[in-house]
Design a protein around this ligand. Structure first.
Ligand code: SF4
Length: 337
């Protein structure tokens, strides 16, 4: 079910929104355009809970678990540098709320294995990453995901079209719980968000695993060097060749960081009046200007790393109180002592 943002129908107060990200270290421009900007705009007028999903990171990174703490700090530093305001939302660390893990055990008791096996990404991910990730925890991650939302009585969850089946499974688990034990949990609704396709430097979807990402934290010289190697229209060999900007990642980024000139760039590219080398240097300059305020905020945050830890600790304390209350209700409804 897809809904408009509005006041909570349960409390009449600001709508409770829950979203999270696996900590993967430094964020790239695709994260900013696809999720982070959405987090920031939802924080205005909603009661937003943003989870650092470090337990989810373990499902695929259990052999390199020691890296996760560093990834958490890097990711949250980028969240804050990008403009996420901890005064307007709650930022918390999943693994520091043990009630989430306890409630996951309880909800896993009522979740049929067949529901988990039919999640579209389950087999896809095993095919992509290998059978070594086919652990109990990986199969059960949709239950953990359900608890991430249900523990905070999240009413709205920003999702892309491809994540709708996960949310539907979460809704099914909540319905099953409420049917068995009474109406304790809230069935979350989807807030369908547009996730733009952001190309990486090689023309494939931007992803750190493809090594094609433009990081928010990169310095100007690194950004320029990466953009110089960026994939362009393969039919445009010489400046005078007519190009196809609509297929060119360099042009895609002009649309983001230099929108007022995009029409004229497209025209000159098509007319054989613009060379790729010149256009890449121009885009890199605009790209660096676009990210300059974020990079400046990041630099200041890096000078005071304790501030990031404190923001996470404060948010986790607040979020834990809510999870504790929900867990108590869940246990009471189940009749546990
Ligand atoms: S001129 Fe610019 S937009 Fe056209 S193909 Fe080259 S890099 Fe892409």
């Amino acid at each position: 079910m897809v809904v408009e943002l509005r006041a909570s129908k349960h409390t009449g107060k600001r709508r409770r929104i829950m979203a999270g990200m696996r900590p993967t270290g430094r964020m790239h421009i695709g994260h900013l355009l696809g999720a982070l900007n959405n987090f920031i705009s939802l924080s205005d007028g909603n009661d937003c809970f943003y989870e650092i999903a470090d337990l989810h990171a373990l499902t695929t990174k259990f052999e390199r678990s020691a890296e996760i703490a560093g990834d958490v700090r890097e990711m949250v530093t980028d969240w804050l540098a990008a403009g996420l305001d901890p005064a307007k939302c709650t930022i918390y660390l999943q693994s520091h709320i043990p009630e989430i893990s306890e409630m996951t055990v309880l909800l896993s008791m009522i979740t049929p294995v067949s529901w988990l096996e039919r999640v579209p990404t389950y087999k896809d991910q095993i095919n992509a990453l290998g059978s070594e990730i086919a652990t109990h925890g990986f199969l059960g991650y949709p239950v953990l995901q359900t608890v991430d939302i249900a523990a905070f009585k999240g009413e709205g969850v920003p999702v892309g079209q491809d994540q709708l089946p996960h949310l539907e499974l979460c809704r099914e688990i909540v319905r099953r719980f409420n049917h068995l034990y009474g109406p304790v949990l809230v069935e979350p609704e989807a807030i369908l968000s547009e996730t733009p396709y952001v190309p990486g430097t090689d023309g494939r979807k931007m992803s750190k695993s493809y090594d094609n990402a433009l990081l928010l934290a990169d310095d100007d010289a690194t950004t320029l060097a990466k953009i110089k190697t960026m994939f362009t229209d393969p039919e445009k060999i010489r400046k005078s060749d007519p190009g196809h900007p609509e297929t060119c990642p360099v042009f895609f980024f002009h649309g983001i960081v230099n929108p007022s000139n995009a029409d004229s760039i497209a025209h000159r590219c098509r007319a054989g009046q613009l060379g790729c080398v010149e256009n890449k240097a121009d885009m890199a300059a605009h790209f660096n200007r676009f990210l300059a305020p974020i990079r400046e905020r990041r630099r200041k945050l890096e000078e005071r790393p304790g501030d990031v830890d404190e923001i996470i600790a404060d948010g986790t304390k607040k979020a834990r109180t809510i999870a504790q209350a929900t867990l108590a209700q869940v246990k009471a409804a189940m009749g546990l002592m």
